[in-house]
Design a protein around this ligand. Structure first.
Ligand code: PLP
Length: 452
């Protein structure tokens, strides 16, 4: 499939024509640092003036190849013309009417789409917010409401958002909690299978999964809390910020069995992994038989418009009017953009991911075979990660080297981001083509060659 960038007759390869940052970007950064919150974690100095497909044009007319998509958000590419047209049409009709109080078609249509495409019974209900953290906040509150229980179990290195509830179940970086504690009580953390390899030296992913599930039963349930005080497990089907880690099916299905045994709900946080990114519409579908009680989505759902969704079985979402609401959630322009995103993902982009994902993975694996600092290539579809180590033999994590590689790629025109302690993530728009992956890999290889 051709990248739809060709629709604009725009270039699809990066081209850097000034020193970076260029003069206009420098001026912008100066103003930005004067007025913007210092809590933002800016890395390399990228500005954006325009985006199309997988391309980003900065203020100085440098052209970048975007393999991070605004942190896995611009699923249909930057400013897909069909999405832009939909946004324009909906904007001309009405911008807001507060879906918590009144009715409009796109909100109900999108809820139907989410209810009928997510795993399990189509008899579901949807709560809309504006972001991933709001979707998870709704899920966490709903789990307490429905079960009458107070506790949660989540996983180390998971990231669920920055509001108090979502932050309490996250365990990603201590700086995210610094000076904010105490958080929501009743949260217990268990290990996500992959990391058992480091901690307990379990050999296979399945052995890691078993160790992790045993930890919950033998330690959390026996020593810390009885299971009947736990409202929900919250789990990412693929850990995103934690390092693009896919657990074995036995972990997800084992967790589901544990949940069913003890009357605990499972929340699948698909904020980063959902909406076609893994080659499945929903990442939960990677594990046949997995039917989360609650599924949350955001990021790629509306191609860049702010929208979060908490989708639950109707018998689970049984709270009464007034229990939860938000003024802007389910904004009509965002809902219209999401409906168009669904249409594009289901009619072409998902197929593109199924071709381009394995192609990118194979190209990265070929690099890993040649370069000792790439310890592992992993992930599904266009949610791929490489782990940077000092050497394949030592397997010692190399976070500084990872940061250097990410920065150097920027100076060569490739936008990528780190994740986890020492990994690099590739989460391009779902529209990329082979030529672009060839360029991305070529740039990465140039950077790797120049390391020594
Ligand atoms: N959940 C996951 C899995 C995420 O990756 C993120 C953001 O990175 C969030 C939740 C929070 O989303 P937001 O930043 O939109 O609040």
């Amino acid at each position: 499939m051709r990248n739809h960038a060709s629709l604009w007759e725009g270039a699809i390869q990066p081209h850097i024509q000034t020193e970076l940052p260029g003069p206009k970007t420098k001026a912008l950064i100066e103003k930005d640092s004067h007025y913007l919150s210092p809590s933002y974690t800016r890395g390399y100095p990228l500005s954006i003036k325009r985006g199309y497909g997988a391309m980003v044009v900065d203020m100085d007319d440098n052209l970048f190849l975007d393999y991070c998509a605004g942190i896995a958000v611009c699923s249909t590419g930057h400013s897909h013309p069909a999405v832009v047209q939909t946004i324009q049409e909906q904007s001309a009709q009405f911008l807001h009417m507060s879906g918590t109080d009144f009715y409009y078609t796109v909100m109900a249509e999108l809820a139907e789409k989410l209810a009928t495409t997510t795993p399990g019974t189509p008899d579901k209900k949807v709560f809309f917010g504006n972001s991933g953290t709001e979707a998870n906040e709704a899920a966490l509150k709903l789990a307490r409401y429905h079960t009458g229980r107070k506790g949660y179990i989540s996983f180390y290195r998971s990231f669920h958002g920055r509001t108090f509830g979502s932050m309490s179940v996250s365990a990603s970086k201590s700086v995210q909690r610094k000076h904010f504690m105490p958080l929501v009580p009743g949260v217990f953390h268990a290990h996500y299978p992959y990391f058992y390899r480091d901690i307990f030296k379990s050999e296979t992913p399945e052995a890691c999964a078993e160790a992790c599930l045993n930890y919950i039963e033998d330690y959390i349930f026996k020593l810390l809390t009885p299971p009947d005080e736990i409202a929900a497990f919250i789990v990412e089907p693929i850990q995103g910020e934690g390092g693009y880690v896919t657990p074995p099916p036995s972990f997800i299905l084992g967790l589901q069995a544990l949940a069913r045994k003890h009357g605990i709900l499972i929340i699948a946080d698909e904020v980063q992994a959902g909406m076609g990114r893994t080659g499945h519409l929903w990442a939960s579908q990677l594990y046949p038989g997995f039917e989360p009680d609650i599924l949350t989505s955001a990021k790629g759902l509306a191609s860049g418009m702010p929208l979060g969704a908490c989708v639950a079985r109707s018998d689970v979402m049984n709270w009464e009017p007034g229990s939860h609401a938000t003024t802007f959630g389910g904004n009509p322009v965002s809902c219209a953009a999401a409906l168009k995103t669904f249409e594009l993902v289901e009619n072409g982009l998902l197929d593109n991911v199924r071709v381009q994902g394995p192609y990118l993975k194979a190209r990265l694996q070929a690099l890993a075979d040649r370069y000792d600092v790439i310890g592992e290539v992993r992930g599904e579809g266009l949610m791929l990660g490489i782990e940077i180590v000092e050497s394949k033999v030592s397997k010692k994590k190399a976070p500084d080297l990872r940061n250097r590689i990410v920065d150097d790629c920027f100076y060569h025109g490739l936008l990528i981001l780190g994740c986890g302690e020492n990994s690099i993530r590739f989460s391009p728009p779902l529209v990329i083509c082979e030529e672009q992956t060839d360029s991305a890999v070529r740039i990465l290889e140039t950077v790797l060659q120049q390391l020594h």
